[in-house]
Design a protein around this ligand. Structure first.
Ligand SMILES: NC(=O)c1ccc[n+]([C@@H]2O[C@H](COP(=O)([O-])OP(=O)(O)OC[C@H]3O[C@@H](n4cnc5c(N)ncnc54)[C@H](OP(=O)(O)O)[C@@H]3O)[C@@H](O)[C@H]2O)c1
Length: 207
């Protein structure tokens, strides 16, 4: 599958590598495309670098993984290219980092993913990969036994199925919950957040 990743930082580069290793084609994007050359050179021919709009157009699925405060400006540029596409949103609201955007996103009735999704009409929004520390993703992918659980929330069940397969391809156990609003249950400050809990415990926790 062709995957665009907007934001090639800790999460974007970590999950992108896991997808390249699984056989997907990944285009990474940031505001500084030149700086992504060493990353894509290391990952090989299935990895490439481009601008955010190139990654948005390239991906059948697009991961949006930038600091939350960058989302409104990206939405103004990219919303038309993402309409109809599956978007995996890794965002978390931290007031110290994201300022007023975080305060607004935290107050949204459907959580920070609902806040972001509202700026991208027609995009098939899935909250994904927001709750696990990137180093846990790096070191625990494809471990034997009870794999690390990745909670997913969306109003679009078919999009969530695709996201679940991408979670498996990356080496983790997808734990879907059936509405985007329920993504609030794994935001910062909740029980599952940043614990790296296995899929079985995560399923019990999220009911
Ligand atoms: N770090 C974790 O363990 C972790 C875990 C789960 C979820 N999250 C969440 O995932 C999101 C990303 O976190 P991160 O830790 O991966 O961030 P990060 O390491 O700071 O990386 C952010 C990336 O976004 C790019 N970026 C920033 N503003 C941009 C813009 N306007 N347009 C395009 N690209 C832009 C940055 O590159 P340039 O500056 O070159 O543009 C960088 O590649 C955050 O909401 C975070 O809370 C993080």
């Amino acid at each position: 599958m062709k995957i665009g990743i907007i934001g090639a930082g800790m999460i974007g580069s970590t999950v992108g590598k896991l997808w390249v290793d699984a056989g997907h084609e990944v285009r990474f994007a940031s505001r500084h495309t030149e700086e992504l050359k060493p990353l894509v050179a290391k990952l090989g021919e299935r990895a490439s670098a481009g601008t955010p709009s190139e990654a948005a157009r390239f991906g059948e699925v697009v991961m949006l993984t930038v600091p939350l405060m960058a989302v409104p400006a990206l939405a103004r540029d990219l919303a038309p290219s993402l309409a109809g596409k599956i978007v995996l949103d890794t965002g978390n609201a931290y007031e110290k980092r994201d300022g007023a955007a975080a305060a607004e996103a935290s107050r949204h009735p459907h959580g920070s993913a609902g806040w972001a999704a509202a700026m991208f009409p027609g995009a098939r929004w899935v909250k994904a990969f927001n709750s696990v520390y990137f180093k846990t993703l790096e070191t625990e992918a494809h471990r034997g036994g009870d794999q690390v659980g990745i909670p997913l929330a969306s109003d679009d069940h078919a999009a969530m199925d695709v996201a679940a397969q991408l979670v498996r391809d990356a080496g983790f156990d997808p734990v879907p919950v059936a509405s985007l609003a329920r993504g609030k249950e794994f935001e910062p400050g909740t029980k599952p957040y940043n614990t790296g809990m296995g899929g079985a415990e995560l399923r019990r926790t999220l009911g």
